[in-house]
Design a protein around this ligand. Structure first.
Ligand SMILES: Nc1ncnc2c1ncn2[C@@H]1O[C@H](COP(=O)(O)OP(=O)(O)OP(=O)(O)O)[C@@H](O)[C@H]1O
Length: 257
C-alpha cells in the first residue's frame, strides 16, 4: 500500500470510557490502522472489541482520549465538519424517519450537505436507479421493510459522493438477499475508487469483500493483512479459523490491569 493513497488513518487511538459499573474502561488501546482509496478495509472483532468506538471516532461523533485520526487529510478532532463532508456513515441502526418518503429523506440529507438542488436531483435520480429505489420513491419510512430502509440509508450516506465510506455492521439483521445486495453495492463503490472501512463480525462477509482486514480484540489489533496473507501466516483454512485461534490465544493471556 503506498502512503500517498492513504485516505483514512488512525494513529495510536485510545479511548477510555468512564463506566459506572466497571470504573475506567479502556475500549481502544493504542489502535493504529490505515485504509486507501479503492480498497475495502475490514475491521473484524467479536462483540465489544471496540469496532464501533473506532468508527465513531473516525466519523467525529466521539473524541479519542489520546491519539489522532484523519480522513482525506482532515483531522477528526480539530476539523470535524470537513471530515463529515468527506465521509458517508451507515450502521445497522441508521434511522429512517417514519413520516418522510424515501425521496424526501435522501433529499433532506443532500441539502444538509449543502448540495444545490439541480446537482442533488441529478445525483438522486441516478442513485434511485442504481439502488433500484424508484418503486419506493414515494413510500413513507413507516411503511418500509428493513431492506427498503437499508437502501434509503445507503442512498443518504452516499448522496454527496464522499470519497470515504464507513459501514458499521451494516448487514446486521438483513436477510441474505438484501445483505448480498448491500455487499455488491460496497464492492461497486470500491471499484469506483472509494475508500471503505467496513466493520463486521461475519467472517464470510469479510472474506468475500475485504481487500485487507484487521482482527480486533479488547481494543487492540491482533493481526492485519490481506485475507490470503492472513490464512498463510496463521495457517487457517479460512478466516474463521484464524479469528478463533487468535482470539483464543489472547483470551488465555491475563488482561493487563
Ligand atoms: N458509552 C460507553 N460507556 C462505557 N462503556 C462503553 C461505552 N460505549 C462502549 N463501551 C464499551 O466499550 C467496549 C467496546 O464497545 P464497542 O461498541 O466499540 O464494540 P464493538 O466491537 O463495536 O462491539 P459490538 O459488535 O457489540 O457493537 C465494550 O465493552 C462496551 O461495553
Amino acid at each position: 500500500m503506498s502512503t500517498e493513497s492513504v485516505v483514512v488513518e488512525a494513529r495510536s487511538l485510545t479511548k477510555v470510557y468512564a463506566d459506572l459499573r466497571r470504573g475506567e474502561f479502556v475500549a481502544l488501546d493504542d489502535l493504529s490502522f490505515s485504509a486507501s482509496a479503492g480498497e475495502v478495509f475490514g475491521l473484524l472483532g467479536p462483540n465489544g472489541a471496540g469496532k464501533t468506538t473506532a468508527l465513531r471516532i473516525l466519523s467525529t461523533v466521539l473524541q479519542p482520549t489520546s491519539g489522532s485520526a484523519c480522513v482525506n487529510g482532515f483531522d477528526c478532532v480539530t476539523q470535524p465538519s470537513m471530515v463529515r463532508h468527506h465521509i458517508g456513515f451507515m450502521s445497522a441502526n441508521t434511522a429512517v424517519y417514519d413520516r418522510m418518503t424515501a425521496w424526501e429523506m435522501v433529499e433532506y440529507f443532500g441539502r444538509l450537505y449543502g448540495m444545490e438542488d439541480d446537482r442533488l436531483h441529478d445525483r438522486m435520480e441516478s442513485l434511485f436507479d442504481r439502488l433500484q429505489m424508484q418503486a419506493i420513491r414515494d413510500l413513507l419510512g413507516a411503511k418500509m421493510s428493513t431492506g427498503m430502509k437499508q437502501k434509503v440509508s445507503i442512498a443518504r450516506a452516499i448522496v454527496h459522493d464522499p470519497p470515504v465510506l464507513i459501514f458499521d455492521e451494516a448487514t446486521s439483521g438483513l436477510d441474505v438477499l438484501v445483505a448480498r445486495a448491500l455487499l455488491d453495492t460496497v464492492a461497486e463503490l470500491r471499484d469506483q475508487g472509494k475508500c471503505i472501512v467496513f466493520s463486521t463480525h461475519i467472517m464470510r462477509e469479510a472474506e468475500r469483500l475485504c481487500d485487507r482486514v484487521a482482527i480486533m480484540h479488547r481494543g487492540k489489533i491482533l493481526a492485519e493483512g490481506s485475507v490470503a496473507g492472513m490464512l498463510a501466516e496463521h495457517q487457517g483454512a479460512d478466516l474463521e479459523d484464524v479469528f478463533f485461534s487468535l482470539i483464543q490465544d489472547q483470551d488465555q493471556e491475563p488482561v493487563a490491569s
